[in-house]
Write a protein that binds this ligand. Structure first.
Ligand code: BG6
Length: 491
């Protein structure tokens, strides 16, 4: 099966932080892939903007290298790269002064495309300066959008300030807050699974579901981002955004349509229904971990503290927690979340465990009847497995066995799996905000996360060490086993 590429209208995409890490690893490769797919109409342009003094030719070399470095070999098409590079310009610009702004203005205005997307791949401390410059240089039209990357704040108060700053210059329907997890193929498939099938929805509640697990495990460590990471930690870096977004998609009521506000409204309701974890119960409901030396990603690795060259950090590189949603649908159905760096494998998945059958008609010799599980694998090996019980084939009498109904996407479709950024950038151009976060969503997520952070601080909750290459600290296992459950074995 193959899908069709529908071209988008011509646009100018101005990437602030254009020579930075995100542009190099994700944005330029994603835009190149859309060029290769034939999705651009002329005159689409990509304009890099950053403080580095470089010529347009230098920037084209940077972009060419980024493509060669971060796109798979069999997806490199030199002719397409050349056509892509013809779309590229560059301006050296300083967000904090007037330097470069007249050049940017001239560049944009000399060949205006209707749609303009300013992509802020920069530190949030620059969001305000850039927004003000865009306004005072008269660069914002009705068809202009602004794209902002996380972290949107480090708590509710700072998120509100950032949102106010951007909101003073842009309308909410022009602001695209990226959570790249929402652009992942299988995350969207979760919506298809729930709302394009009659099968699951009647069972999707506390009468039939025992609990839900969401795991986002990484084998990598800090990847050169120690400065940022040590001030954030896993709760801010992964839970406040990606993991709560996944939780929302599992738990939300069916929206009336896929229209952005309809989906955002339902997600906000879930976030507001999360039962607070506060200083009183934070120790029993959360576990903080920090990796020690060990073996991960194919070789020996140092501890977090050695990676950081700092012996005192109490920042968590792992967090596990038990969340509860206080509404009719999910009462008494725990959602166990865990995420961490330097774990045994890179695997992200959502596991929905159904309740056990109410009565068994089988002799004990038939074996154990395992509760049904729906496993939605986000990465790698994207797909969905519905585990069911069957009779073991053969004449050996009634013996039961668990097998998966296996919907492995990689095996079912001929196409490459596009990176989340490809879809999300095209949605920015189309003006479709469904897969982005609305202001109240980001703030509702912080409203739930803040008391956890405060509880950790007031309880002086220390990180528990775990050996790199394992599944995290023993406290994480205890967190779920205390409830008579176990983490799904992802291997
Ligand atoms: C980012 C986090 O948002 O997501 C990183 O800041 C993390 O720390 C990354 O590594 C994980 O994304 P993915 O797509 O590789 O699962």
């Amino acid at each position: 099966m193959t899908s069709q590429t529908i071209p988008v209208e011509p646009f100018d995409c101005i990437v602030f932080g254009g020579s930075g890490d995100l542009a190099e690893r994700k944005l330029i490769p994603a835009l190149y892939q859309r060029q290769r797919a034939g999705q651009f109409s002329d005159p689409t342009r990509i304009i890099g903007a950053s403080r580095s003094e470089m010529s347009v030719e230098d920037y084209k070399t940077f972009a060419r290298n980024a493509i060669h470095e971060h796109v798979k070999k069999d997806e490199i098409d030199e002719e397409q790269i050349e056509q892509f590079l013809q779309r590229i310009s560059y301006v050296a610009i300083d967000a904090k002064s007037d330097q470069g702004w007249p050049e940017l203005k001239k560049l944009i205005k000399n060949k205006p495309a209707d749609i303009r997307a300013f992509y802020l791949a920069v530190s949030p401390s620059l969001f305000g300066d850039i927004a003000k410059q865009l306004k005072s240089n008269d660069l914002i039209t009705d068809q202009t959008r602004i794209v902002v990357e996380k972290p949107i704040g480090r708590d509710l108060a700072s998120a509100q300030i950032l949102n106010d700053t951007i909101g003073s210059v842009f309308r909410e329907d022009q602001i695209f807050r990226i959570d790249h997890y929402l652009g992942k193929e299988t995350v969207q498939n979760l919506m298809a699974l729930r709302f394009a099938n009659a099968l699951y929805e009647p069972l999707w509640n506390s009468a039939h579901i025992d609990h839900v697990q969401i795991t986002v495990a990484e084998s990598v460590g800090l990847e050169g981002r120690a400065g940022y990471y040590d001030t954030a930690g896993a709760l801010r870096d992964m839970v406040q955004n990606h993991m709560l977004q996944l939780l929302c998609l599992v738990a939300m009521e069916p929206p009336a349509s896929l229209e952005a506000d309809a989906v955002h409204d339902e997600k906000v309701k879930v976030l507001r229904s999360l039962v607070p974890i506060t200083a009183d119960n934070v120790q029993e409901n959360t576990v903080r971990g920090q990796y020690r030396a060990g073996a991960s990603a194919g070789g020996p690795v140092k501890s977090y503290l050695d990676d950081l060259e700092n012996n005192t950090s109490n920042t968590e590189t792992f967090v596990a927690l038990k969340a509860e949603i206080g509404n009719w649908r999910w009462a008494n159905v725990p959602f166990y979340l865990r995420t961490g760096k330097r774990l045994a494998e890179r695997v992200s998945e959502i596991v929905v465990t159904f309740k056990p059958i109410p009565h068994s008609i089988f002799e004990s010799s038939a074996g154990h009847i395992t509760a049904n599980q729906l496993v939605i694998r986000l990465q790698p090996d994207e797909g969905v497995k519905q585990w069911i019980m069957i009779k073991d084939p053969g004449p050996g009498g009634m013996r039961l066995r668990q097998i998966p109904l296996d919907m492995s996407f990689a095996a079912s479709f001929d196409e490459r799996n596009p990176d989340a950024y490809e879809r999300l950038i095209m949605d920015v151009v189309r003006g479709n905000q469904t897969l982005f976060m609305r202001r109240d969503e980001v703030e509702a997520a912080w409203r739930w996360v803040d008391p956890i952070l405060e509880g950790w601080e007031s309880n002086e909750q220390k990180v528990q060490g775990y050996t790199s290459g394992t599944w995290g600290p023993s406290g994480s296992i205890a967190l779920i086993e205390r409830d008579g459950r176990t983490w799904h074995d992802s291997l």
